[in-house]
Design a protein around this ligand. Sequence first.
Ligand code: SF4
Ligand code: SF4
Length: 315
Amino acid sequence: MSSSLPRLRPRSQQVPLLCFGTLAVSPLQRSLTPDEGAALLLYAADRGITTLDTAQYYNNYPAISIALRKRPDLAVITKSYAWDRAGAMESIREARVGIGRRYIDAMLLHEQESEHTVRGHWDALTAYRELKASGDLGAVGLSTHRIAGVKAAVRFGMDVVCAIINVDGLGLTDGSRLDMERALMDAREAGLFVIGMKILGGGHLIARRDEAVRYALGLDFLDAIAVGMASEAEIDYNCAMFAGQTPDPEAARISSAAARELMIEEGCVGCGRCAARCGQGAIVMEAGQARAVPELCVRCGYCAAACPYVLIKVV
Ligand code: SF4
Ligand code: SF4
């Protein structure tokens, strides 16, 4: 990694860096006010979690902005669906204004599938790279649910890749867990900063949580793991696990009870945008209504952002 990334260095410690997946404190998942969200981020920061993973569409920059006023040292990784230069510049403007800081540690092309989708976002990628050269952006990369997405990050010389990885390979749509492990290993060898996400498979692995977390902690090609945390108990549990300590039984109990579920409220007009948006096939349209298929859902919240009537929540 270049010296322009003071807060995103390859890992030097035994376990990957614990990174706060802030989708859990966005309006898409929990109805926290910005002050409540910031309080949770600051609680985590006090326990050593100093890297925040967000996105343009999470709509939680206000909470991050409040947290940054007290902890300007926090690193912010964000993501955007921009595909052209204008969209890229707007995403940067929105992030800067939103978090109240000019410097952004990393900007990722959100939810890339393969080389083809990256080529479709080439103008945005070029704009981000120019900003990086100016010193106002620390790193450029992509996030993906697909092995082909990781390979594209390597092929196009990105700085960062953020990908789904979990003990059962849940949420992977173009290969096995082993395929993803190999792809991420190659990415690390190529010098990318590698972030794992969805280590609990969007909640499906909650009953085997200790096993799932230990599996992820044992992956020596991960520099960081983004974990969604929506309560102090979840923060305490994860801090203990990442520190190699036995979590407080009460924190473990409370946080394991916080399994997330996809809710579609009444009022669906059957437009089908959520189903079209979901790459996991976890929403089907039946009799003009959207219906969730819980066993396929990885609780990424993408469908929530697609619903014009804001009927979908991961709670
Ligand atoms: S249904 Fe929604 S939350 Fe679940 S996997 Fe699909 S897009 Fe993600
Ligand atoms: S996007 Fe919203 S309104 Fe459209 S089908 Fe899905 S839930 Fe219904």
